[in-house]
Design a protein around this ligand. Structure first.
Ligand code: NDP
Length: 272
C-alpha cells in the first residue's frame, strides 16, 4: 500500500491510483522541480497535457530522475484545437517530441469536441495499435458522449478523467463507467483547495487525525477512483500521498457523499 498501489484498467494495464497533476505549473524549473520532488517521494504517475505547455519539463524531470521509464506512468492529452484524425496523429507526435519519449502510458481526448471526437478517437486507436500509448481514454465525457463514441469505436476507453470532488460527486458518470468497465479518474480532486475549510471535512480531519485533503483523497481511493492532486509544494505532495494508513467508516463515506451539491469549478462539457 502506498504510491505504488495500482488499479487495473480494462486492457490489463496497471495505473498508480495517485498521480501528480501539473495543470498551471509553469514549464522549466517550476514543473521540473515539482516532478523531481514527487518522484523522490515515490510518486510514479504524472498527469500532463499539451494544453499545459509543460511536457518538456515533465519529460526532462523524468529522464533526470534515473527511475526507469517503465516504472513511471505518464499521461498526456490531445487539446481541443488539435482534434481530428490527422491533426491528432500530428499532435501526438509533437507531445512525444516534447516529452522526449517514444511512448506514453495513457493518451486522452481532453474534451468531447462536437463533430470531432470520433475522428480523434480513431487516431487514438491507431496510436494504441502502433503501441505508442499503452492505454487510451477520454476526459470530460458525459455518458451520452461515451454512448455515442462507443457506437463506432473498436476500442473502449480505459479511463474517463472528469472533474470530481465531494461537492461534484458525479454519481451518474461513475455509475455509467462502472457498468461499462471504464475507470474513473478525478481532476481537481481536492476542489482546487477552495472548500477544505468545510465543517464536515474539518470534523472528519480531526476525527481521523488527517488533513481535509487527505480525507477527500482517501474517499476517492475507497470509491475506486484514481486521483491526480496537483501540488508544487513538497510537503503537500507528501501529505496527498499519505492516505494508506487509515480507513473511513461507511457512515463517514456517506457523510462525504452528502456534500454533493453540483459545485462545478470548471466548464460543463455540454457547454463547450
Ligand atoms: P486540485 O484539486 O488538485 O487542487 C490543486 C490546488 O490545491 C493547488 O492550488 C494546490 O496548491 C493546492 N493543494 C494541493 N494539495 C493541497 C493540500 N494538501 N492542502 C491544501 N492545498 C493543497 O486541482 P487541479 O485543478 O490542479 O486538478 C488536479 C489535476 O487534474 C491538474 O493538475 C491536472 O493534471 C488535472 N486536470 C485535468 C483537467 C481536464 O480537463 N482533464 C482539468 C483540470 C485539471 P500548491 O500547488 O501550492 O500545493
Amino acid at each position: 500500500m502506498g504510491l505504488t498501489t495500482t488499479k487495473t484498467l480494462n486492457n490489463g494495464v496497471e495505473i498508480p491510483v495517485i498521480g501528480l497533476g501539473v495543470y498551471k505549473v509553469e514549464d522549466g524549473k517550476t514543473v521540473y522541480d515539482a516532478v523531481r520532488s514527487a518522484l523522490e517521494l515515490g510518486y510514479r504517475h504524472i498527469d500532463t497535457a499539451s494544453f499545459y505547455q509543460n511536457e518538456e519539463g515533465v519529460g526532462k524531470a523524468i529522464a533526470d530522475s534515473g527511475i526507469p521509464r517503465d516504472e513511471i506512468f505518464v499521461t498526456t492529452k490531445v487539446w481541443n484545437d488539435e482534434q481530428g484524425y490527422e491533426e491528432t496523429l500530428a499532435a501526438f507526435e509533437r507531445s512525444l517530441t516534447r516529452l522526449n519519449m517514444d511512448y506514453v502510458d495513457l493518451y486522452l481526448v481532453h474534451w468531447p469536441i462536437p463533430g470531432k471526437y470520433k475522428e480523434t478517437w480513431r487516431a487514438l486507436e491507431k496510436i494504441y495499435h502502433d503501441k505508442k500509448a499503452r492505454a487510451i481514454g477520454v476526459s470530460n465525457f458525459h455518458p451520452h458522449h461515451l454512448e455515442d463514441l462507443m457506437k463506432d469505436a473498436t476500442i473502449k476507453p480505459a479511463i474517463n478523467q472528469i472533474e470530481l470532488h465531494p461537492q461534484l460527486a458525479q454519481v451518474e458518470v461513475r455509475e455509467y463507467c462502472r457498468n461499462h468497465n471504464i475507470a474513473v479518474e478525478a481532476w481537481s480532486p481536492i476542489g482546487k483547495a477552495t472548500y477544505l475549510d468545510h465543517p464536515v471535512l474539518q470534523e472528519l480531519a480531526a476525527k481521523y487525525r488527517k488533513s481535509p485533503a487527505q480525507i477527500i483523497i482517501r474517499w476517492d481511493y475507497q470509491n475506486g477512483i484514481i486521483t491526480i492532486p496537483k501540488s508544487v509544494n513538497r510537503s503537500r505532495q507528501k501529505e496527498n500521498a499519505d492516505i494508506f494508513d487509515f480507513e473511513l467508516s461507511n457512515e463517514d463515506m456517506t457523510r462525504i457523499e452528502a456534500l454533493n451539491c453540483g459545485n462545478r469549478l470548471g466548464t460543463d462539457p455540454d457547454q463547450l
